[in-house]
Write a protein that binds this ligand. Structure first.
Ligand SMILES: Nc1ncnc2c1ncn2[C@@H]1O[C@H](COP(=O)(O)OP(=O)(O)O)[C@@H](O)[C@H]1O
Ligand SMILES: [Mg+2]
Length: 241
């Protein structure tokens, strides 16, 4: 079995008449955290949506755990224990935190059916989820919503967790909390693919990094190597960071 849990080979995606992804090559190793970086508008979100089948790849191949998933529909992809936290987080503002969690738990109809041990683990990672358990999710701060969104994604065991810009708009203290939580998630063995614009967040968490530009991956390697090379960072990521 390959060391790679997820691979994209030459993936092209069209959105309507627009050709957005121009042959994305990406490899996500098992048990590691891979950062997908790049300036605004280069195709990071489109790449994630294409992995999840929310856009259809017009060419190329996406493989998960040795299985070709390029033509699968989103529910079939999610059923492989791949969780996706989109940029808008997909939280139901009128529902309580508990109800949001329940909706994400495919195997539970009532809170008492949820895996108690797992829930306690999530409460430790994200104390706000426990604190506001019976409050409407819409009342949470931006950072707390982000934490609820990640909690929903891990309410059941996942093999791959895909998160789009978890640090976006967060205060520095919330970013620190988020980094701690992802470090613990990583330690639990789950494979993670994170989109980021915040290079400091990326440096503190990433094992591997892929940098996109204009619908392609233009650099891939160890996060550490990119973190130590400011000239390369500047040329790949420019002033946007
Ligand atoms: N629904 C859409 N319709 C048309 N163009 C889109 C749509 N979504 C994204 N794009 C375009 O695709 C390109 C890549 O967008 P995106 O993947 O969101 O970039 P990133 O996440 O890296 O900021 C951008 O030029 C964006 O304008
Ligand atoms: Mg995006």
């Amino acid at each position: 079995m390959s060391d790679m849990l997820l691979t994209l080979e030459g993936v092209h995606t069209h959105i309507g008449a627009y050709h957005i992804l121009h042959g994305v090559d990406l490899a996500v190793p098992r048990g590691q955290l891979t950062m997908l970086l790049g300036r605004n508008g280069v195709g990071k979100t489109t790449t994630l949506r294409t992995i999840m089948g929310l856009w259809q790849a017009s060419a190329g191949r996406i493989t998960f755990n040795g299985q070709d998933i390029t033509r699968l529909h989103t529910p079939a992809i999610a059923a492989l224990d791949i969780a996706y936290v989109p940029e808008n987080m997909g939280i139901f503002a009128d529902l309580t935190v508990k109800e949001n969690m329940l909706l994400a738990a495919r195997k539970a109809k009532h809170a008492r059916d949820m895996d108690e041990e797992r829930l306690q683990w999530i409460f430790k990672l994200f104390p706000a989820v426990e604190k506001f358990w019976n409050h409407p999710a819409g009342k949470l701060s931006g950072g707390q919503k982000q934490m609820l969104a990640v909690s929903r994604a891990i309410v059941e065991p996942r093999r791959l967790l895909i998160v789009d810009e978890p640090s976006k708009g967060l205060a520095p203290v919330m970013i620190d909390n988020m980094i701690t939580a992802f470090q613990q998630l990583k330690a639990s063995g789950v494979t993670i693919l994170l989109v980021e614009q915040n290079i400091n967040f990326a440096k503190r968490l990433g094992d591997r990094v892929a940098v996109m530009d204009d619908g392609r991956v233009v650099h891939a390697g160890a996060m550490q190597a990119l973190a130590e090379d400011e000239v390369l960072q500047q040329s790949l990521l420019g002033l946007a960071l």
